[in-house]
Design a protein around this ligand. Structure first.
Ligand SMILES: Nc1ncnc2c1ncn2[C@@H]1O[C@H](COP(=O)(O)OP(=O)(O)OP(=O)(O)O)[C@@H](O)[C@H]1O
Length: 594
């Protein structure tokens, strides 16, 4: 194995696929809604390495579903058999062999082409592969996919075709034996589509099994494929070499007119309004009863297995250790966060600006016994700001990243735990930075008591609220789609605000609502920050008027019903809620990748 500055001779995975692969599947059935809706019915077939295969069919025929099932990304509601070289494989090992490029691949927007591929190499290749080798492989992939000109461009600035090629490149890094692509040409012009499919053909020629869903391919594009698999209404309507397609259709009396695009003809025949339903049924029956080429022999004897892949999970799961996964993901997330305008610049400017505004409006009230009520409203406002300013940027950016997480997790790149930890850790410096800026500006401008321990307590409470907001935002972003999470997250925070003790005091609450104050994060934070300002035997406040009722801090605490409160209870309450949220976030991530 070479070192970083070792010899130039490296193994380029693109050239390294030598053994042949046959992916065979038989009697695959896929149903949803507790089995009430059948999407794939008894589909069988085989794909061979060295050949480029297309899955075609009308819209809603089940092409993407077939691809999801064959790639092992979807195993719920699936019955049937999948064998690789006539061997059954367990799910984990299968996912290591297979790369799946879904229709709309999400890329991390602020990461450049080269960085995206290097991170993919770090996550998908064993740690034994040196940095030098990884860089060489990434450069080879960039050259192969024609991405040299945009190698240093962030993914968000790439054209549609470049994004597609980059997403293909990510899959190439691990040198998979079997590759699936769902409509890699969608949204591209004919020239770019031709280019992409030509790349796929190169990948197949290098010894891989490459299968792609294509939507209405032109004649030129179709010619690039060696094999065709036609899906109609969840059933197979043709499988085999492209050249044999017209003859097979002609056998049942379906004649493709001369000069007619064969793909258009096939899709027309496969559509629900086909004028020759009897002939179509005959064709489907022929396909159903045809033996699977080079695949299953008599292993499945026609009875669908309850699970298409073996359940047992192999022990060596990930290409790299959990610590490495954590380090790589934290670096990548941190880089993405630093370059994200909303998560950094806007967040910092927001904290500084609002600190200045609050400081100006509530100028020098902190030590004035005549303005205690106003100061208490400042404390509540500060807490509200910290929570909303730290949860909303996360809510707005995180859902987009969820699909990256799901895809990479299913490609066996890392565990849920390492992803979860890296997410929290990578966003932490931004959150603490923002909260600290706001705290310093607002604390001094509002004239809060200048005692380091009280200032530290106030800051500690603010950081805990920032932490809470960050995890709450992640949770909202992971549970709900981007269309609803910006509404749900703030709305669900409001009950906690209501039971904070600021808007209505504990004694005034109906007995039914009193327990809710014990789970209100704002109650603990409000009590903690108020205690830091007025507790711990604070000396008398100044008084700017003739008489100040709240000159004695003890009276303020009595008014707030906090004379017997202990700040450690508030710290414990906040900690408990934050830990509970982390557990919920972890469970929601696990649920997401089921
Ligand atoms: N989870 C699901 N619940 C209910 N119906 C589903 C589900 N997944 C797929 N379907 C239905 O199954 C059928 C096949 O869907 P699929 O996405 O596989 O079609 P497709 O051939 O890829 O279509 P298109 O070319 O338009 O993308 C569609 O009618 C779709 O509505």
């Amino acid at each position: 194995m070479g070192t970083d500055d070792g010899p130039a001779e490296v193994t380029i995975p693109l050239m390294d696929v030598s053994s042949s692969t046959v992916l065979a599947f038989q009697n695959l059935n896929y149903s949803v809604q507790q089995g009430s809706k059948c999407i794939l019915q008894d589909v069988s077939g085989a794909f061979h390495s060295g050949r480029l295969a297309a899955i075609i069919g009308p819209s809603g025929a089940g092409k993407s579903s077939l691809m999801n099932v064959l790639s092992g990304f979807n195993v719920k509601g699936v019955r049937g058999t999948i064998l690789v070289n006539n061997e059954s494989v367990d799910r984990q090992r299968y996912r290591q062999m297979v790369a799946y490029n879904p229709q709309d691949v999400t890329l991390l927007p602020t990461i450049t082409v080269t960085e995206t591929l290097l991170y993919a190499a770090d996550l998908r290749m064993p740690s034994s592969v040196s940095k030098f080798q990884k860089i060489k492989i990434v450069n080879d992939i960039i050259a192969l996919l024609g991405l040299e000109k945009c190698a240093k461009t962030q993914a968000r600035l790439l054209s549609g075709g470049e994004k597609k090629r980059l997403s293909i490149g990510q899959e190439l890094v691990s040198n998979p034996r079997i590759m699936f692509f769902d409509e890699p040409t969608s949204g591209l012009d004919s020239e770019s589509s031709y280019q992409i499919v030509s790349y796929l053909k190169d990948l197949a020629r290098q010894g891989r099994c490459v299968v792609s869903v294509v939507h209405q391919p032109s004649s030129d594009l179709l010619e690039l494929f060696d094999d065709i698999y036609v899906v109609a209404d969840g059933q197979c309507m043709y499988k085999g070499p492209l050249d044999m397609l017209p003859a097979t259709y002609a056998d049942v009396g379906l004649i493709c007119p001369q000069y007619y695009n064969r793909a258009d003809f096939v899709i027309k025949m496969a559509s629900k309004n086909c004028p020759e339903p009897d002939k179509i049924q005959k064709l489907k029956f022929q396909m159903k009863t045809a033996p699977v080429q080079n695949g299953l022999n008599d292993r499945s004897n026609g009875t669908p297995k309850p699970n298409m892949l073996d359940e047992c999970e192999s022990r060596s799961q990930y290409p790299t250790s959990q610590w490495n996964q954590f380090a790589i993901l934290t670096r990548r997330t941190f880089l993405g966060t630093v370059r994200n305008f909303t998560l950094t610049v806007l967040r910092f400017i927001g904290h500084i600006l609002f600190g200045l505004i609050v400081g100006t409006v509530y100028y020098n009230i902190g030590d004035d016994g005549a303005k205690v009520i106003t100061n208490i409203s400042f404390i509540m406002l500060a807490l509200l700001f910290i929570v909303f300013a730290n949860s909303m940027p996360v809510v707005l950016t995180y859902p987009l990243e969820m699909s990256v997480f799901v895809r990479e997790y299913k490609s066996n790149c890392y565990s849920v735990g390492t992803y979860f930890l890296s997410k929290i850790v990578a966003d932490f410096p931004m959150m603490i930075g923002g909260v600290t800026c706001f705290h310093i500006i607002a604390y001094y401008m509002t004239g809060q008591i200048n005692e380091p321990d009280r200032m530290l307590m106030f800051w500690g409470m603010a950081v805990m609220m920032g932490w809470y907001a960050q995890v709450y935002g992640f949770l909202g972003g992971s549970l709900f789609p981007i269309e609803v999470s910006p509404f749900i997250v703030p709305i669900t925070l409001l009950p906690a605000v209501l039971f904070s003790g600021f808007f209505i005091q504990y004694d005034e609450l109906h007995d039914v609502f009193k327990p809710l104050t014990y789970v209100s994060v704002f109650r603990f934070a409000f009590e903690g920050t108020s205690m830091s300002a007025y507790g711990f035997g604070r000396k008398d406040l100044d008084c700017s008027e003739m008489f100040c009722y709240y000159r004695k801090a003890k009276k303020v605490l009595e008014m707030l019903d906090m004379e017997n409160s202990c700040i450690w209870v508030d710290v414990a309450g906040l900690t408990f809620i934050i830990v509970a949220l982390h557990i919920l976030l972890y469970v929601s991530l696990r649920f997401k990748v089921r």
